[in-house]
Design a protein around this ligand. Structure first.
Ligand SMILES: [Ca+2]
Ligand SMILES: [Ca+2]
Ligand SMILES: [Ca+2]
Length: 276
């Protein structure tokens, strides 16, 4: 089951001052280990910086932190900084990047359908997103410039953190609630594990590509065209960390179709709804 922080889930539901019930304390979601291979067959780049488990989500925690929403993402590897991110205005880690999509209203057809540039995914009708949070190895100046250039139509709904901190296997990021809004029982979330690409293609919002054959800095097991999802790991099922969630992920990310010459259909993603 989904483990609410400190209390059982039901007591967390209360009517806020504005009248809308809130998921007050927050919630914690889990993901199985060993499913960091996208639709089932993706491989890591060959360079030694991409250590085993670096993109393998294991846990994601959402907590109310006063005027901020605190998001803690955990992977199955120590977070390291082989490219010395502080030297380029970065956040203290190098290879990871996470996208957190939030469906605030859980209403069919409401919200943005397409993922962000370079992910090559879209969201199911009932799971369209209102807010996207980005945890990037890049500092906010660079990340915001990329958002302005590559997510112009939705840039007001794409939110960067006030603070980011790497600690062991975790990255902790705090986002202003003035932009995210309060957590409510209708919230659905999806968390995508990607990799920070400092020299992205013009179609990629700091994301690393997945090719047919992996390379020193390219994931493998996909397509050289941009029809395959560029996602290594995500949440699935009820996000309890059970083994069958890996299969559910592979199926979800496997819903794309590549056509000869590069066209096709995007993988369609669902969200996890901790409020039921
Ligand atoms: Ca995982
Ligand atoms: Ca929505
Ligand atoms: Ca997963």
């Amino acid at each position: 089951m989904i483990r609410p922080i400190r209390h059982a889930l039901v007591p967390l539901l209360f009517v806020g001052l504005g009248g809308a019930p809130a998921l007050a304390g927050g919630f914690e979601l889990k993901d199985p280990k060993g499913d960091d291979k996208g639709p089932g067959n993706y491989t890591y780049p060959t360079d030694a910086v991409y250590t085993k488990g670096s993109f393998d989500l294991t846990k994601v925690k959402f907590e109310d932190d006063g005027d901020h929403l605190k998001v803690t993402v955990e992977v199955d590897a120590k977070i390291e900084d082989p490219w010395d991110s502080k030297a380029w205005g970065g956040n203290g880690f190098s290879v990871q990047m996470f996208f957190i999509f939030i469906d605030t209203d859980h209403k069919a057809g409401s919200g943005h359908e397409d993922g962000l540039a370079g992910l090559n995914v879209k969201f199911a009708d009932e799971s369209r997103w209102e807010k996207a949070l980005i945890i990037s190895a890049q500092g906010n100046t660079r990340a915001q410039a990329e958002i302005n250039a590559k997510a112009a139509a939705v840039k007001n709904d794409v939110i960067l953190p006030t603070t980011v901190r790497a600690q062991g296997k975790k990255i902790v990021a705090r986002f202003p609630k003035s932009k995210t809004g309060e957590m409510t029982p209708t919230w659905g979330v999806q968390v995508l594990a990607q990799s920070n690409e400092g020299f992205p293609d013009k179609t990629d919002l700091l994301t690393r590509k997945v090719n047919e054959y992996g390379g020193q800095h390219r994931f493998g097991g996909g397509s050289d065209y941009d029809c395959d999802p560029h996602v290594m790991d995500l949440l699935a099922g009820k996000a309890e960390g059970k083994g069958d969630e890996a299969k559910a992920q592979f199926e979800m990310l496997g819903t794309f179709k590549c056509e000869a010459g590069g066209g096709g259909q995007r993988a369609v993603l669902q969200m996890v709804y901790p409020g039921g």
